[in-house]
Design a protein around this ligand. Structure first.
Ligand code: UGB
Length: 603
């Protein structure tokens, strides 16, 4: 059927002949049409089959399934078929938590207690195309007062939870909370390098497991013909399959069974650049435990059109219901098609009635394993081709099938307990996803989700938490960086072992303390107590865990001034340019307590 391939057949191993037959059966003859006579490019022909073998083995059901699923989804897309056909959306009800309330504090305690039976999974295989940053996103500074990167913050948060959780039981618990990172070819080497060159940020290397997702083949047309790499005609072009791969990877890794045998109960999934997330983890885990949720998604109030999915109750004409994320690009058409002519619009609260999914999922391990035994972790897929015109016959560029981790509940039986927990945005959600140019175009009032807003959100949250704990924190000023207007609060930051929960923070803010607007405060240590500190400038405190330090009195210095940086100014490092500001370190008080003991800093 394919003369160029037939002429080369004797070069192929038996399994390669089978793969070739499979490709021809699935209409992929074009992959071989340019193959020259045997003797020319023989190595490249071999490496072509190495790749086909990998693509075949990394997809549930192999390439045949991939191509057949693609044909079906592409036909549905061409026909304009709505994946939500038969479903009517309505606003679901869930847990709504308010920071600092008694209920919040007791849920935090319940969550910390559960944490020792949890495992954390970070999905970090994405390239971050919207951000356009050249490195991996977890290596970006979460804030630039300390310069600590997201990954360091996540690891320190997990270690703090581990310790606090173990302390709550008196059976000498020494558990290590497992931490899995899903990487991809785009992020794997840099992630390992970041961990290794920083001694895993204090975590035992054996506690961290890396699972690498494979990419999937790109498709050139509605017949699901696989795309050849424009730069290498012996290579199939590939693209990421999406964060949904995390479920099949966890299933095939055997980790879930191992965790079950260790008595673990919860698996927490989270994304690469949300510097506020761990403010929400203890209470959300508390909700899962007290409500007995098999699935708990974290959510925040959502502005209409914001690029985060909406949590929606879907009721089918046949009576089925499910509470599920409807992705941001699908919510508007679904609403319009079901009797809401305004589509994805804000209601009288100024927000969309559908809570925004921040893709932090807490799954109960037992039911999760049972479900994956049935599905092997396969998640419902979708395709999103960009057509050249309304005939929908050709694509502007190749496409591929994708899947999302939050679609996991789609296959669950109606008896599953699926819930969600809504938290204040200022407390729980500040991702870094958009480049400066796109962020500046975000409609006024909607969040920027940029490096600028991501960092400012840390200072805002910490200021508000300290305020709630009784400190006087100056009001913010409004400033514009990279075309984005943001609130600039005092630049307050602390390590997770200082302020893991609100109770921890309250215990450490004792006297009347105050912090002026132009101040920066970095607290790095467990037992540092603010007992009537009045800060007007920059104060950096580092203390080993065994040092107990009381800070009192007035600290005044020239401090660290904020300087504007233009994102186009290539004389600045990219990680600075994308946030639009940097600190000019004029003067600070830095104190270091390296030995155990009781200390008092009376400024
Ligand atoms: N990721 C992977 O690990 N592998 C992949 O193949 C792709 C991504 P994006 P997205 O909370 O703000 C999600 O690109 O997909 C990782 C939710 O779908 O940042 O546009 C990647 O490294 C949406 O409902 O986001 O939108 C990153 O950690 C909403 O919740 C994560 O997956 C939105 O996030 C997310 O990837 C949000």
């Amino acid at each position: 059927a394919c003369p160029p391939l037939r002429r080369n057949l004797h070069l192929l191993a038996p399994d390669e002949v089978e793969l070739a037959k499979m490709l021809l059966n699935e209409g992929q003859m074009h992959l071989f049409e340019h193959w020259p006579e045997p003797g020319v490019d023989n190595d490249k022909k071999k490496s072509f089959f190495d790749q086909v073998r990998r693509l075949n083995s990394s997809y549930p059901g192999g390439l045949v399934s991939y191509i057949q699923n693609a044909k079906k989804l592409l036909a549905d897309s061409k026909a304009g078929k709505n994946p939500y056909d038969g479903f009517t959306p309505s606003v679901p009800s869930g847990e709504v938590l308010t920071f600092g309330y008694d209920n919040f504090v007791s849920l935090e305690a319940a969550g910390v207690k559960e944490a020792r039976s949890a495992a954390f999974v970070l999905v970090a295989g994405g390239l971050g195309e919207r951000l356009g940053y050249k490195g991996i996103k977890v290596a970006l500074p979460r804030e630039t007062i300390t310069g600590k990167c997201f990954l360091q913050h996540y690891i320190e948060s997990i270690l703090s939870l581990q310790e606090a959780s173990c302390k709550m039981v008196d059976d000498g618990c020494h558990t290590q909370i497992p931490f899995v990172i899903m990487t991809s070819d785009d992020t794997n080497a840099l992630t390992i390098q970041l961990l290794e060159s920083n001694s895993y940020f204090g975590m035992e290397p054996s506690q961290v497991k890396i699972l690498k997702q494979e990419k999937v083949a790109c498709l050139t047309d509605n017949d699901a013909r696989l795309a050849l790499d424009p730069n290498d005609k012996y290579k199939i072009q590939t693209k990421p399959h999406g964060h949904g791969d995390v479920h099949s990877l966890l299933y095939s890794s055997g980790l879930l069974e191992q965790w079950k045998s260790e008595g673990r109960k919860w698996v927490l999934f989270f994304q690469d650049t949300n510097g506020l997330l761990f403010n929400a983890i203890p209470s959300a885990l508390g909700v899962s435990a007290t409500k007995g949720y098999n699935v708990n998604s974290l959510a925040v109030p959502r502005k209409a059109k914001e690029a985060i999915g909406g949590i929606t109750k879907l009721t089918h004409v046949d009576g089925r219901t499910m509470v599920i994320n409807v992705e941001y690009n699908q919510l508007d058409p679904l609403l319009r098609a079901t009797g809401y002519p305004d589509g994805d619009a804000n209601c009288e609260t100024g927000y969309s009635p559908y809570p925004g999914n921040i893709n932090q999922l807490i799954l109960e391990l037992g039911p999760y394993i049972e479900e994956l035994k049935k599905t092997h972790g396969a998640i419902s897929e979708f395709v999103n081709p960009k057509y050249t015109d309304s005939t929908k016959t050709a694509f502007k560029s190749s496409t591929r099938l994708e899947c999302m981790m939050q679609d996991y509940p789609k296959t669950l039986p109606p008896s599953a307990k699926v819930g969600f927990t809504v938290m204040d945005t200022w407390l729980a959600y500040a991702p870094v996803k958009n480049n400066p140019e796109d962020a500046a175009k975000v409609p006024k009032g909607n969040p920027y989700h940029s490096a600028t807003s991501g960092e400012m959100a840390i200072y805002r949250a910490n200021s508000l938490i300290l305020k709630k704990a009784g400190a006087q924190i100056a009001d913010p000023v409004v400033d514009t960086f990279n075309g984005q207007e943001v609130e600039v609060w005092p630049r307050i930051t602390w390590s997770p072992r200082w302020g893991l929960t609100f109770k921890n923070v309250k215990e450490k803010v004792r006297g009347d303390s105050s912090i002026s607007q132009r101040s920066a405060l970095a607290i790095n240590g467990r037992n540092i107590f603010l007992e009537g500190l009045s800060l007007d400038g920059t104060l950096i405190i580092n203390a080993v865990d065994e040092a107990e330090v009381k800070i009192t009195g007035h600290v005044q210095n020239k401090g660290w001034a904020i300087q504007h940086v233009d994102y186009k100014d290539i004389s600045e490092k990219e990680k600075i340019r994308i946030r639009g500001f940097k600190f000019e370190k004029v003067e600070q008080l830095e104190v270091n307590y390296t030995e155990p003991g009781k200390y008092s800093l009376s400024a």
